[in-house]
Design a protein around this ligand. Sequence first.
Ligand code: HMG
Ligand code: MG
Length: 326
Amino acid sequence: MSDSIGTDQKDSMSNANTTQTVAGGPAGQGQSVRVVEVGPRDGLQNERVAVPTHAKVEMIERLVEAGVRDVEIGSFVHPKWVPQMADTAEVARRIRREPGVRYWALVPNMRGLDFARSASLEHIAVFMSSSETHNRKNLNRTISESLATVTQVIKEATGSGMEVRGYISTVFGCPYEGDVPFDRVLEIGSGLLEAGATQISLGDTTGMGTPLQVREGCGRAVETFGPDHVALHLHDTRGLGLVNALQGLEAGMRIFDSSMGGMGGCPYAPGAAGNLGTEDLLYMLNSLGYHTGIDLDRVVAISRDLELEHGATLSSKYFRYAGARL
Ligand code: HMG
Ligand code: MG
């Protein structure tokens, strides 16, 4: 693993639970950060090349072997709108499931929940937007209609023992409407948690968040929801992905979504470039002394094979340009 601190050092620090500042900046001191790998869903949903089912299955299994414990495997949406995800049920059926790993799929409505159940998935992510126009384009519903649907899905799913994560998109700005009041984001998030979701993921869908905005928003979200119940989902449209991840980290966020190779985007959000790349995020977290349990070199190898074998276009800086750090 291309880690800037040794294993012994990491082990000896692993019980520390407070962030400390050392010469040169903040240090994770062995604290854990959970990385949710969204490449097989957010990444591939926006890829122009079609990746065959067997390759998705292999990709997901290799990510788990690399140490990923939360992985989005696809979405149960209309195949007419997102054809790249049409084989999610088959992916779910074929993957070897490892204990302790959460295999997530996106579900927009009750129909999607039925599909997820039939595929024996126990972890679903519902999604809606904090801006009316993006919600309409993405889900063909008003915010209040989506809230009602998503609340029903959460209640039904949790009632049968499933775990639900709730995405809120465009939290730091909407490509159609501009700024979004963060109070609205907190209000939607509180509603989803109250309905039974265990975690809110704050989506900077088109990378509009500025560092000061992200720091303030994340601070408020951590205070309102608690660090175990909120994640940061960044897209790197304006090159601020890592900067914003660091702002989130310093504001107390401990769960981050990222996509191998920096793939990704929302088909209904112009300018939704790739997600924050997993390799870039891991390199930063490792160098700050945070523990993720994910092997960076193995993730690079999976991205490399995806690019070589299927012609995906990957943009993560560490993947693209960096070799091992001597
Ligand atoms: P709709 O047309 O309003 O749905 O679409 P409807 O309820 O009126 O039904 C119309 C037809 O769709 C019916 O079929 C339904 O059965 C079918 P017909 O009778 O005409 O044959 N249908 C479905 N089919 C498959 N799966 C379903 C489903 N539900 C209904 N779940 C719908 C509503 C949500 C389905 C549609 O708008 C859709 O699929 N949208 C795609 C949304 C999407 O996948 N967006 C990308 C993911 S979100 C994202 O990337 C952001 C995120 O990363 C966070 C961030 O970055 O901010 C999460
Ligand atoms: Mg996204």
